[in-house]
Design a protein around this ligand. Structure first.
Ligand SMILES: C[S@@+](CC[C@H](N)C(=O)[O-])C[C@H]1O[C@@H](n2cnc3c(N)ncnc32)[C@H](O)[C@@H]1O
Length: 280
């Protein structure tokens, strides 16, 4: 008997209960066409817990999980975490362009604070850190700190380890590879690790973008929230963006994913590049 037979059906009734819970708590919409995907992503978890049916699993998450321990495990499996180094590369050109110098001279700041919101396994914040480390060498006294958060503890663990298969570095420019990546001593491993000087620039933490509480007691000069809003409906997107820009400094920049936009949304932001906005 295959695993499908062991765990039975994910009935529409249970899929709906799970979907409502995930939408309310994490903003992610489980459309009906996601049922097969959800079922297969949760199957291993049922096996680990020795639970025989999806109905039983729903009861556990919805009614018998006072400390949200299982909800954390579930969202680790449900969330989609695709990411890459230098993903949507034009953003990193803009980040290191005159926009940075202009911002520093307008604000009189030497040090800026960034947030990678929905950072997945770390490729995005490490890319930002590499790009800004280059700028640090060119701009006297310039410095930066990067906060990076995600809802999934699985990807945050990967980000903390900062170890990636060597196939993941294709988009990293050669001159960055020699400076900011360490090769595994064991050649058979075909892995790289982000160098300590870059790793120590990133502070990782778990944060739900639907939360009404700000992530930390700071405001930000630059916020990356890329390819995360696409999983939310319009109402949730508006709420998340409103919360984000409340803690973005005036004149600071918000980067969204290339397929995300703020068309027909009413925020004090001006468009300054492809999915890049400045707070006015
Ligand atoms: C597709 S990845 C994008 C990663 C990176 N920003 C990029 O563009 O390559 C989206 C990330 O958003 C996270 N996410 C989804 N819902 C979230 C929520 N409610 N709060 C915080 N992060 C969430 C997922 O766990 C996932 O790692």
């Amino acid at each position: 008997m295959d695993n499908d037979g062991i765990y039975g059906e994910l009935f529409d009734k249970d899929f709906k209960r799970l979907g409502e819970f995930i939408y309310t708590n994490y903003g992610i919409n489980l459309y009906p066409n996601k049922k097969v995907l959800v079922k297969s992503r949760l199957q291993k978890r049922l096996h680990e817990l020795g639970i025989k049916t999806y109905a039983e699993y729903c009861d556990l998450v919805l009614n018998n999980d006072p400390n949200h321990k299982e909800a954390v495990e579930m969202i680790n499996r449900i969330s989609t975490n695709k990411t890459d180094f230098f993903r949507e590369a034009s953003h990193f050109d803009f980040l290191s362009s005159d926009s940075l110098n202009n911002y520093l001279s307008k604000t009189g700041k030497k040090k800026i604070t960034l947030w990678s919101a929905g950072c997945s396994s770390g490729e995005e914040p490490y890319t930002i850190a590499m790009v800004l480390s280059e700028q640090k060498q060119k701009i006297p006294l310039f410095d930066f700190e990067i906060y990076a958060s995600d809802i999934s503890t699985t990807v945050l663990k990967k980000a903390k380890n900062a170890i990636y298969p060597d196939t993941a570095i294709a988009q990293i420019p050669m001159q960055y590879r020699t400076k900011y990546l360490l090769k595994s001593k064991d050649k058979s491993k075909k892995q790289i690790r982000i160098a300590p000087a870059i790793r120590e620039k990133i502070k990782l933490f778990r944060y739900n973008l639907l939360s009404d509480k700000p992530p930390i007691n700071k405001t930000f000069d630059i916020i990356f929230c890329r390819n995360t809003l696409i999983y939310f409906d319009r109402q949730t997107q508006e709420k998340v963006i409103a919360n984000i820009i409340a803690i973005l400094n005036t004149g600071g920049y918000l980067y969204l994913g290339h397929s995300e936009s703020l068309i027909n949304m009413n925020f004090a932001l001006e468009s300054v590049g492809a999915s890049i906005y400045r707070k006015i």
